[in-house]
Design a protein around this ligand. Structure first.
Ligand SMILES: Cc1cc2nc3c(=O)[nH]c(=O)nc-3n(C[C@H](O)[C@H](O)[C@H](O)COP(=O)(O)O)c2cc1C
Length: 150
């Protein structure tokens, strides 16, 4: 039985660096700032408020490239082949396959190279794990990382 982490949360304004890097993200605040459950980079799915599923490359953690070890802990989803406004929308995010740990990169270029690999891996994972196969997450509290089984 595949296991997933699921996070439900409302999209907040980030520092807009994602747009500069060329990889905009939907940012969701995590309630638990001291823990590490689900930290890392993932292939997964995002479900919009209207029910539309969109594959995504997702980062959970503190963005050590920019904030060292004690940055604000959050979830950031880069939706694949998506352009649009998600601010203030409540999303459900399934973390399906752990791709790697978060890393402190020496430069923005190195982070961009890693992001391109993550996106390729997430694209492939989503093709093999269609949205119809995702387990029902129920309605977990906003900003909590929950483990569920299908
Ligand atoms: C798939 C993915 C992987 C990421 N991996 C890392 C990482 O390894 N290290 C890191 O510091 N930040 C990582 N990030 C976060 C980026 O640093 C972040 O998206 C960028 O700084 C933009 O932040 P903003 O949306 O608040 O502007 C990742 C983001 C995504 C979407």
């Amino acid at each position: 039985m595949p296991e997933y982490f699921v996070v439900r949360g409302t999209v907040e304004h980030g520092d807009e660096r994602g747009r500069e890097l060329g990889f905009p993200t939907a940012n969701i605040a995590l309630r638990d700032q001291s823990g590490s459950v689900g930290d890392g980079v993932w292939a997964g799915w995002v479900r919009r408020a209207d029910g539309t599923p969109i594959p995504a490359a997702i980062s959970v953690g503190r963005r050590p490239t920019y904030y060292g070890a004690d940055g604000y802990r959050l979830l950031e989803a880069h939706l694949l082949d998506f352009a649009g406004d998600l601010y203030d929308e409540t999303l459900v995010v399934w973390l399906g396959a752990h791709l790697r740990d978060q890393q402190a990169y020496a430069s923005a270029e190195d982070l961009i190279t890693a992001l391109k690999n993550d996106i390729a891996a997430a694209t492939q994972w989503a093709a093999n794990h269609p949205a119809e196969t995702l387990p029902d997450p129920g309605e977990p509290p906003l900003g909590e990382v929950r483990r569920i089984k299908s």
